[in-house]
Write a protein that binds this ligand. Structure first.
Ligand SMILES: NC(=O)C1=CN([C@@H]2O[C@H](COP(=O)(O)OP(=O)(O)OC[C@H]3O[C@@H](n4cnc5c(N)ncnc54)[C@H](OP(=O)(O)O)[C@@H]3O)[C@@H](O)[C@H]2O)C=CC1
Ligand SMILES: O=C1CO[C@H](CO)[C@@H](O)[C@@H]1O
Length: 320
């Protein structure tokens, strides 16, 4: 499998297991199954509400002794209610405790949006902190402090547009090493990829299969299905692969990491086996034509009464 190489020589396996929406029992089983079947990269987040179960899986697998902690790349994310300077390290320590780890390989600022510390998910305007109240640079400096303290090996961001990255980098003493964003054939993000490549920021593709199991409240009417797309289906037939494999391989081919979520054993295995699919020039050309700048996860769920999307994202390239 391909890896993404970091400046200090660390390598992140290109394919990881996503854990959003996976219940505790199922995620524990899924992570154990994935690790025992070749995965060496797991994507977590405090807000997924299951890090304690993922931690049980890590503890059991590492205690068995066949797979060592240092052989696995583990990412987690700082939730939006812990952006204040004093809250960053405690939030990270809670994640480390839940995951039963001494360190993370990668810690990301989950969104460029801040909530008040007692708010898990905002319900009204008062639940937010403005950028003046919680400047991203202050949150970022604490991420760097966490790295200095050895609690994390690498730090980055998620859901940042090129403009947001640029703003942060103007003030930062060290640049983000990763930007985790939604990425698939309907949202190819070529400009963002180019910006990141130029600035030596790695990219991870989330929701690579179209996030079909998102809660209904996060779905728009008549969303296009990626897995059922006729071009994808044609390529599937040509290579005797599955649609999931073609989509995952496409991400890997573009040099990004990719983190498909599954709690189903045969799909977990199938997704990792996508490395064996060989997409040719004509497949890649046809997939390139599928871009519709369509986001499954628009961030619109942060819109509350009177608090418009524009107030949260001040840049155009954040909209679908
Ligand atoms: N940074 C961020 O803001 C975000 C990060 N993420 C991360 O990215 C991960 C992946 O994204 P996510 O939104 O979960 O969605 P995905 O695009 O990975 O899709 C998950 C859905 O696809 C199904 N599935 C998995 N494999 C296959 C397959 N081979 N064929 C058909 N269906 C399949 C899963 O079902 P089943 O489980 O039954 O197999 C599930 O319903 C998340 O879990 C999370 O870790 C996601 C969103 C936002
Ligand atoms: O990673 C993600 C999935 O869950 C969250 C919602 O509950 C999203 O905000 C986020 O981007």
């Amino acid at each position: 499998m391909k890896t993404l190489k970091f400046k200090n020589g660390d390598e992140m396996p290109a394919i990881g297991l996503g854990t959003w929406k996976s219940g505790k029992e199922e995620v524990k089983k899924a992570v154990k199954f994935a690790l025992n079947n070749g995965y060496r990269h797991i994507d977590c987040a405090a807000t997924y509400g299951n890090e304690d179960a993922v931690g049980e899986a890590f503890s059991e697998v590492f205690n068995e002794g066949k797979i060592k902690r240092e052989e696995v790349w583990i990412t987690s994310k700082l939730w939006n209610n812990a952006h204040k300077k004093k809250d960053v390290i405690p939030a990270l320590k809670k994640t480390l405790k839940d995951l039963q780890l001494d360190y993370l390989d990668l810690y990301l600022i989950h969104w460029p949006v801040a909530f008040k510390p007692d708010v898990s998910f905002p319900e009204n305007d008062e639940d937010y902190l403005s950028l003046e109240e919680a400047p991203l640079i202050e949150t970022w400096n604490m991420m760097l402090e966490a790295k200095k303290q050895g609690l994390v090996k690498h730090v980055g961001v998620s859901n940042f547009s090129a403009m947001k990255l640029e703003e942060l980098m103007e003030e930062a003493t060290e640049d983000p090493e990763m930007n985790q964003v939604e990425l698939h054939p309907y949202l190819q993000q070529n400009e963002l990829l180019e910006f990141c490549s130029k600035n030596k920021i790695h990219v991870t593709a989330f929701s690579p299969l179209g996030s079909g199991d998102r809660p209904d409240g996060m779905k728009a009417k008549d969303e296009p299905s990626l897995l059922e797309n006729p071009v994808i289906k044609k390529i599937v037939k040509k290579h005797g692969a599955s649609a999931g494999q073609v989509l995952i391989k496409w991400s890997e081919t573009r040099g990004t990491a990719v983190i498909p979520k599954s709690t189903n054993e045969s799909r977990i295995r199938e997704n990792l086996q996508s490395t064996g699919v060989n997409l040719d020039e004509s497949d890649l050309k046809e997939i390139a034509e599928l871009d519709k700048h369509f986001r499954y996860l628009t961030g619109e769920f942060f819109v509350t009464q009177g608090n418009s999307y524009e107030n949260i994202y001040d840049d155009d390239d954040y909209k679908s």
